[in-house]
Design a protein around this ligand. Structure first.
Ligand code: DC
Length: 235
């Protein structure tokens, strides 16, 4: 694995600004941005395309053996990470609310987590990365030099998600999105393997009110100061 100081992790629930913030931090430092959620979305689509019953653990495991996932940088500042699944570009198919729910469901399957954790660690071993997800600071890169946990008020997170989906041309209802986020928070936090939680040594950042610029500046200041984090603090 790469030296500890070359990995930065950002975890947190959906709609807290993880992707935008992680991408900007990576660009500012010249690091690679690793969107682990995109990988869970790709696995969800893969299993759906293969017609696999996700309750059948053996069938799921058998369908992971030949899986290849390649991530591409977003095409614009507001765009999402591109994903090539087994050689096919699926970028435009994995960002719907339904795919978010499916990704969350498959992410609770131990074989899926083992496979993706392995792939993510391989990337971390080759490059300097800013990784974002739900378990990157707790499970995937427990030795990361800087860990952040982002959180925000759930109503604000739902409003952000709605704005993002509408900017892609989707017609979505705010109440429905709020309910989906609530369900996903619950499922992601209560699953038995690698649940969403703050690593003890991660810095907690509430993004409800601050601007993206202010939050990025705070994170960069911390990283560039070169000081190791003290557990359990908030910014
Ligand atoms: O970050 P996202 O919304 O693209 O993630 C989609 C789902 O994938 C999320 O609801 C839970 C799962 N996920 C995970 O379990 N672990 C990660 N490190 C990243 C995502």
């Amino acid at each position: 694995m790469h030296k500890k100081k070359e990995i930065i992790t950002l975890d947190g629930p959906s709609g807290v600004g993880k992707s935008t913030i992680s991408r900007r931090i990576a660009a500012a430092l010249g690091y690679t941005y690793l969107d682990t959620g995109a990988m869970y979305r790709a696995v969800g689509l893969h299993l759906e395309q293969m017609g696999v019953d996700i309750g059948d653990m053996n069938a799921v495991a058998a369908n992971l053996d030949t899986l290849t996932i390649r991530l591409l940088p977003a095409r614009s500042e507001l765009g999402d990470t591109g994903v090539i699944l087994n050689g096919v570009d699926i970028s435009d198919r994995i960002r719907t609310p339904e795919m978010s729910m499916l990704a969350s469901r498959v992410s609770a399957i131990p074989a899926v987590r083992t496979k993706l954790t392995e792939m993510q660690r391989e990337i971390g071993a080759q490059e300097r990365i800013v990784a974002e997800g739900r378990d990157v600071g707790t499970v995937v890169f427990p030795d990361a030099a800087y860990k952040f946990f982002l959180d925000a008020d759930i109503q604000e997170r739902a409003r952000r998600r709605v704005r993002q989906l509408r900017s892609h041309g989707s017609h979505v209802d705010e109440k429905e999105i709020l309910e989906m986020i609530r369900q996903r928070d619950k499922d992601d936090s209560e699953r038995s393997v690698a649940p969403l939680r703050k690593a003890e040594d991660a810095l907690l950042i509430d993004t409800t009110d601050g601007t993206i610029e202010e939050i990025c500046a705070g994170i960069l200041k911390k990283v560039l100061s070169g000081k190791q984090q003290k557990p359990g603090k908030s910014m």
